[in-house]
Design a binder for this molecule. Structure first.
Ligand code: GLC
Length: 422
């Protein structure tokens, strides 16, 4: 009888020790900060910390995905375990794979619920290098109120977009609105321009720069025609400043009511619809225009994944955070609060998600079948390929080069990059 109390107390202590994490770790996660990204990342990571007893440290990264990529090798090289979890662009698995662990041993098969194309994109040499977090596709945002007011339709082709934009701007100008512009997009020399220009070119039937077999296809008449058309927008329907715009500059102009059309990613929807937005309830979303009556609607595939650094001191705990953030509950929360499109297929049928992001139903094809950049086939060379491409496109937009000779030169530059194979 004497022994009962101490034995009970001992059992209680053992129970507490077993329940507590082996030792609490601090996991650092690098998140993007475009629009609401940082806030949503922090909320999700802190909820995990609360639940798991671990701590999180949020490290914010630059808005331009190109600047972010430039930073990652330094972070990976300098600090070994400094950052445990990396938010990586859909075009980076081939570039960053050597620095990332295989997540399959930690996923419990969760990847089976995600869009297969994205899982395949994130699998390098048979290893699951990153879990899909959200998917992106380029979309056309338009001012529904202005199109209705002037009796205009949502444009089906780029030509119609330019003509509609010019008419609406002219009519509004006649009523005294001098600030309104026709079209804003991402024209700065960085990865965002690659995504925009791929849409112009692919929608004209001009291919995807490099095809799936690795052949360089960019030097073709449809691509040249697409670039000539885009160059004609700069300084006419689009402000000259578009040559320095990333996503957020374009959104700033559109959301403050100063553009009829905008090309952007789904996240811009949640912000356009937010309580304080000047264009709230006046915005429509459609597939991007076709490159002429024979062309197709094309949105470039984008999106982000979460990956665990090979140099993390707590890979298992870091992977647990990744599984939490990429899981169904968190993807649903982010879709509703931020229009970050899920990578979990079932959420495209979820009534709460569809109510918050109505275009997920009408544009499901566009969003889930977007056109990929040639990052899979070019692997670790992708950023060089993209940089050569966006550099050339920027010169054409700025009027410093003519499309045909510029694309011929680009094809030669790409062949040099490919010299030892992709
Ligand atoms: C978005 C996309 C990403 C793309 C980037 C270009 O963030 O999700 O895939 O590379 O835009 O600016």
């Amino acid at each position: 009888r004497f022994g009962v109390l101490p034995v009970k107390a001992f059992a209680a202590v053992v129970a507490i020790l077993l329940a507590a994490p082996v030792s609490a770790a601090t996991i650092s996660i690098s998140c993007g900060a475009v629009g609401q990204e940082l806030e949503l990342c922090r909320e999700g990571a802190e909820a995990w910390a609360e639940e798991s007893g671990h701590e999180v440290r949020i490290v914010s990264t630059p808005n331009s995905t190109t600047d972010r990529l430039a930073l990652y090798p330094q972070m990976l090289a300098a600090g070994a375990g400094d950052i445990d979890v990396y938010q990586i662009d859909v075009v980076w698995p081939g570039i960053l794979a050597p620095h990332l662990i295989d997540l399959a041993p930690f996923s419990d098969g969760a990847e089976a619920a995600h869009l297969p194309a994205v899982v395949a994109n994130n699998t390098v040499d048979g290893e699951l290098k990153a879990m899909p977090w959200f998917t992106d596709a380029g979309l056309l945002f338009y001012r529904r109120d202005l199109l209705e007011k002037h009796g205009e339709q949502v444009p089906e082709t780029w030509e119609e977009l330019a003509a509609t934009a010019a008419r609406v701007v002219e009519a509004e100008r006649a009523e005294g609105d001098d600030a309104l512009r026709g079209f804003v997009f991402q024209g700065k020399a960085y990865e965002g321009l690659t995504t925009n220009a791929l849409e112009w070119i692919a929608s004209h039937g001009g291919g995807t720069i490099v095809d799936d077999a690795g052949a360089i296809t960019i030097d073709n008449p449809a691509a040249a025609e697409a670039l000539a058309e885009a160059a004609s927008w700069v300084g006419t329907i689009a402000p000259e400043g578009v040559l320095a715009y990333t996503e957020e500059e374009a959104r700033g102009v559109f959301q403050s009511g100063r553009a009829v059309f905008m090309r952007n990613w789904p996240y811009a929807w949640a912000l356009a619809q937010a309580g304080e937005s000047p264009v709230r309830a006046r915005v429509g979303v459609a597939a991007l225009p076709k490159g002429g009556p024979e062309g197709t609607h094309v949105g470039t595939l984008g999106g982000y994944q979460l990956a665990v650094s090979r140099y993390s001191e707590s890979p298992e705990i870091a992977a647990d955070l990744v599984m939490h953030l990429t899981g169904e509950e968190e993807q649903k929360r982010r879709a509703i609060a931020g229009a970050f499109n899920p990578t979990i297929a079932a959420l495209y049928e979820d009534a709460d998600v569809l109510a918050a992001v109505p275009f997920l139903a009408s544009l499901r094809e566009t969003v889930t079948n977007a056109v990929a950049r040639p990052s899979g086939v070019t692997g670790e060379d992708y950023n060089k390929v993209s940089a050569a491409f966006w550099g050339t496109v920027h010169e054409v937009l700025a009027g410093q080069a003519e499309p045909e000779p510029a694309l011929a030169r680009l094809a030669r530059d790409l062949a040099r990059i490919r010299r030892d194979g992709w």
